[in-house]
Design a protein around this ligand. Structure first.
Ligand SMILES: Cc1cc2nc3c(=O)[nH]c(=O)nc-3n(C[C@H](O)[C@H](O)[C@H](O)COP(=O)(O)OP(=O)(O)OC[C@H]3O[C@@H](n4cnc5c(N)ncnc54)[C@H](O)[C@@H]3O)c2cc1C
Length: 434
């Protein structure tokens, strides 16, 4: 008799952060029957900007215009870095597939091109990144040319201050001005939330009222920047309406987390993977993972799913992140992988986890802790052998990288998901043929 609470698939992806979403997407694009477990909460912190590789070497804080040249140097000098394992052509394909899938789900990015771009942050610093949402790209152009430019914010919106940005950049961008306006209909609200404003601006009436408040403030401005609140699921339409009505380039600047661009990213990725038939268990987590011998499947025991569902999978991708994602757990003396207790590459003792100086440019050893993998992206057991022939790992759980300092968060997630899924497909063909 068929077990009603058991679903079978080719590949189970554990994790729904950037790496888990990318892995589920790439697996489904290859025609693999995929189940994805985990909630996408970590994506809500994403700025929407897709970093590929901005800084290398980290200790020198060297910024790169071409992420591909930086990747080539990384591959020569730091072979153990997870992104050094991939051909540049694969990384290009991974990014192209990822943004094409986002576009098909209604979230458009500017064409990727060859170079990193510089964009403004919510505190007026400049961030080097690679993939820029269509709604932010005019900001990159404005930052480069520095024409007269107006930044608008809304009274009560805590996650963003146009005044702060102008104060930080003012001397280097003399034509940059700011204006604070009341959000229509919220004049007496003490606090505003970015997601509420974004939803409200999907209404044509609210858009028109907001645009009418901004028009008289334009002066000599040749571009206008707003906090990233111009729509949620219909962000493309809202952004286009602002550009048309104001008659000039309009750009968004990411706010502090949790961010509207993160919500958009999560929504678009959910749509993209669901369209491709990925079965998502977004309220569940994997409690246990049991492997059968030889070519048999793995069984995943889920918590939080109705009826204590089980998933039986021919292959598994572990994309559970680091400490905040809960993929790694720090115990008193050591760090372990959280589901299987896999060994983790880490400093010899807790005393050497961190540098004395918190801001040490070379970063902290603990940030490079993670899973060691073989050439097929399979995590290793204590004996240095693949823990299971068809268990793969992707994303920030991997060792020998410090994505935050290297400005390669999404790059690491997307590229390693591509690499791991390529190996999943290869291994499953082999098993199928065997
Ligand atoms: C504040 C912040 C800002 C960022 N800004 C940028 C940026 O501007 N540009 C950029 O490129 N990147 C940025 N990133 C990085 C990027 O978005 C990703 O967080 C990063 O690449 C790591 O992704 P990940 O999928 O490996 O791990 P995580 O995002 O940590 O995801 C891990 C996932 O695994 C799930 N999980 C863990 N254990 C289990 C289990 N037992 N069962 C089921 N699921 C489980 C978690 O619920 C989560 O969904 C930012 C990240 C943060 C936190």
């Amino acid at each position: 008799m068929k077990d009603a609470s058991c679903i079978s698939c080719d590949v189970a992806v554990i994790g729904a952060g950037m790496a888990g979403m990318a892995a589920a997407l790439f697996a489904a694009q290859r025609g693999l029957r995929c189940v994805q477990i985990g909630n996408g909460g970590s994506l809500l912190f994403a700025s929407g900007l897709l970093d590929l590789l901005g800084v290398y070497p980290v200790a020198e804080r060297r910024l790169w215009r071409s992420p591909y040249e930086a990747l080539a140097l990384l591959a020569r000098e730091q072979a153990e870095h997870p992104m050094a394992r991939l051909a540049v052509a694969s990384i290009r394909s991974a990014f192209e597939s990822f943004v094409t899938a986002l576009a098909s789900a209604g979230l458009r990015y500017a064409p990727l091109g060859e170079f990193n771009r510089k964009v403004l942050t919510s505190i007026g610093t400049v961030k080097t990144t690679f993939g820029v949402p269509r709604s932010m790209i005019a900001g990159a152009a404005a930052l480069e040319a520095r024409p007269p430019c107006l930044l608008v914010d809304f009274r009560g919106l805590r996650e963003f201050s146009a005044r702060q940005i102008v104060a930080t950049l003012g001397e280097r961008w003399p034509g940059l001005r700011h204006q604070r306006i009341e959000f229509p209909g919220a004049e007496s609200a003490p606090e505003l939330y970015a997601a509420h404003l974004a939803r409200a601006l999907e209404s044509r009436l609210m858009r028109e009222r907001t645009i009418n408040l901004v028009k008289p403030l334009l002066g000599d401005a040749r571009a206008v920047g707003f906090p990233a609140v111009l729509g949620l699921a219909r962000a493309g339409e809202v952004h286009a309406a602002f550009e048309e009505a104001l008659g000039m380039p309009v750009f968004e600047i990411p706010t502090m987390p949790t961010s509207v661009p993160g919500l958009r990213l999560l929504g678009a990725l959910e749509t993209a993977v669901s369209k491709l038939g990925v079965r998502r268990r977004h309220q569940a987590s994997v409690r246990a993972l049991v492997f059968s011998a030889g070519a048999g499947p793995a069984t995943l025991e889920l918590d939080g799913a109705q009826g204590g569902e089980r998933v039986v999978a021919r292959a598994v991708v572990l994309a559970t992140g680091r400490f905040t994602g809960r993929g790694l757990t720090a115990y008193r003396g050591q760090v372990r992988e959280s589901i299987l207790g896999l060994p983790v590459h880490q400093p010899d003792s807790r005393e050497t986890w961190h540098q004395r100086d918190f801001l040490d440019p070379s970063g902290h050893a603990i940030n490079r802790a993670g899973l060691e993998i073989d050439s097929a992206w399979r995590p290793l057991d204590a004996a240095g052998r693949p823990a299971w022939p068809r268990l793969f790992a992707a994303g920030s759980i991997l060792a020998h990288q410090d994505w935050m300092r290297a400005k390669c968060g999404s790059g690491l997630a997307i590229a390693t998901a591509w690499g791991a899924v390529e190996q999943v497909a290869r291994q499953l063909r082999r098993v199928g043929a065997g």
